[in-house]
Design a binder for this molecule. Structure first.
Ligand SMILES: [Zn+2]
Length: 484
């Protein structure tokens, strides 16, 4: 028989310490409905792309409902989330009795003004709409904050295995395969969650850092010993202040819940035992020390040095830019993807070759460092720009940056986007005819995703902490809900 499988998604990562709420207009930019879901995601390294690949390979029929993505920013607006949730729930209610299963894509670190675990509310709403019997497999981000209540509505839950998230598509496929095998009667999934009691700053959640790399590998070895077993290690998201903030492990087995419980708590205990090493896997420098070190290495290096202003959660912080501009005669410096729609509009209106005065960046919030006054030469203008990603993580995905300009400020190459996007791979250079190898120092704001492109390419990665919303020293943050 041909299975009919519904797919839907509601996705956002919320850094609750940021002062601004993400409203419906932002979600709507990242929303597709019905058959448009297929067009948007087919062939891309995304959860939805993975769902589609697996469903098509199995010869099953896909019923796309809606996918909405608010990106990664401050808290999500309650009314916006409730609206998309209702669309998904109503879409499913109409299909009751006509579908065999549901694949759902959530992030796991969404927060609204009224809900500390809106992903759980969405899952529970969906469960009510489809009934207790229908299998619901959920794919979540590796940075999900989870507890037993978060996943109660799901049949089985799967998270990305890596950060950088190079396996988003593969995670969608894992969830879909579990659903398809369940429908075929090959397996009966049972699931359990365990929490080691650990909150990791994003910058330390990269899965190629030791000891996280070994803990992830441990889960793979366990899986290889069984016909069906799937273990997800979630790093959690430190910048969402919620009661379930922190790392967790979810095990899915073909068998009894007790087996899943034993597996999840075994890995969880191993994570807890590595607490000290996980909390300081790489050095973090002050901005001054980091810049000094970067110029020192760049003097003799044949490849660019990456300075990581990782505490920026809005792609517009100016601490690094302000410190680097006076040093522009000492190195070739690139600052890709600063988010500033006003500066982009002004430079676009002035046109290529023009010189403009700008108050650049730092507008998003009080801790973003404030705008930097610059006189910029407009190198290039890309109106309403979007491209298909060519890097490993964003492969095939549409990346929308809006009106985008390439500026020369005292010899520093700066690209300014109208829509907020992190520079994680080489596209912010390649899409503008630039070669990343031509620069001595590159200022990035990514946390772990840049490593897929830059880890092997950069002469060195230098992490700097700034007085911003996502610091490496999370004890600086005014938590109210997270457990001590
Ligand atoms: Zn993530």
């Amino acid at each position: 028989m041909t299975y009919r499988i519904a797919i839907a998604g509601l996705h956002m990562e919320c850094a609750t310490f940021l002062p601004h709420v993400t409203h419906r207009d932002v979600f709507e930019e990242g929303t597709v409905r019905g058959r448009d879901v297929l067009e948007r995601f087919r062939g891309s390294n995304t959860v939805m792309g993975g769902f589609l690949t697996a469903i098509r390979s199995a010869g099953a029929e896909v019923v796309p409902i809606l996918h909405s993505d608010g990106g990664a920013a401050g808290m999500a607006d309650q009314a916006a989330v409730a609206g998309y949730r209702q669309e998904i729930v109503e879409g499913l209610a109409k299909l009751r009795g006509e579908i065999d299963g549901l694949l759902l894509h959530l992030h796991g670190a969404m927060v609204t003004q009224d809900e500390l675990d809106p992903d759980a509310m969405t899952l529970n709403g969906v469960r009510s709409a489809v009934g207790q019997e229908l299998p619901i497999m959920v794919a979540l981000d590796y940075h999900a904050n989870l507890d037993a209540a978060s996943i109660a509505g799901a049949t089985a839950v799967f998270g990305y295995r890596f950060s950088p998230h190079i396996d988003m598509g593969a995670t969608g496929e894992r969830a879909a395969q579990c659903l398809l095998r369940t429908l075929a009667g090959e397996i009966r999934p049972a699931m359990a969650i365990s929490r080691p009691g650990l909150i990791l700053p994003s910058i330390f959640s990269a899965t190629d850092l030791t000891p996280l790399r070994h803990l992830v590998a441990e889960a793979r070895q366990s899986e290889e010993r069984q016909d069906y077993q799937d273990i997800s290690l979630f790093a959690g998201f430190a910048y969402a202040d919620v009661p379930n903030c922190g790392a967790s492990v979810i095990a899915v087995v073909d068998g009894e819940t007790a087996e899943a419980e034993a597996l999840a708590s075994d890995l969880s205990n191993k994570i807890a035992a590595e607490r000290a090493a996980l909390s300081a896997p790489v050095p973090v420098y002050s901005l001054e020390e980091g810049i000094e070190r970067a110029f020192e290495i760049a003097r003799t290096a044949s490849r660019p040095v990456v300075i990581l202003e990782h505490a920026d959660r809005a792609n517009d912080s100016t601490y690094g830019l302000r410190a680097l501009l006076p040093l522009s005669d000492r190195a070739r410096i690139a600052v890709p993807f600063i988010w500033d729609p006003v500066a982009a509009t002004v430079a676009k209106a002035a046109g290529e070759g023009a010189e403009v005065s700008l108050a650049l960046g730092g507008h998003s919030a009080p801790l973003a460092g404030g705008p930097v006054s610059v006189v910029a030469k407009v190198h290039a203008v890309k109106p309403d720009f979007a491209y298909r990603g060519t890097g490993q993580m964003r492969a095939g995905s549409e990346v929308r940056v809006g009106d985008t300009v390439l500026l020369d400020v005292d010899g520093v190459e700066i690209s300014v986007t109208s829509l907020s996007q992190s520079a994680i791979d080489f596209d912010p250079f390649l899409q503008f005819g630039l070669n990343p190898a031509d620069f001595d120092i590159v200022l990035l704001r990514s946390k772990t995703h840049f490593r897929a492109a830059w880890e092997d390419f950069a002469a060195e990665i230098i992490i700097v902490d700034t007085p911003d919303y996502g610091p490496a020293d999370i004890l600086r943050l005014p938590y109210r809900y997270a457990r001590p």
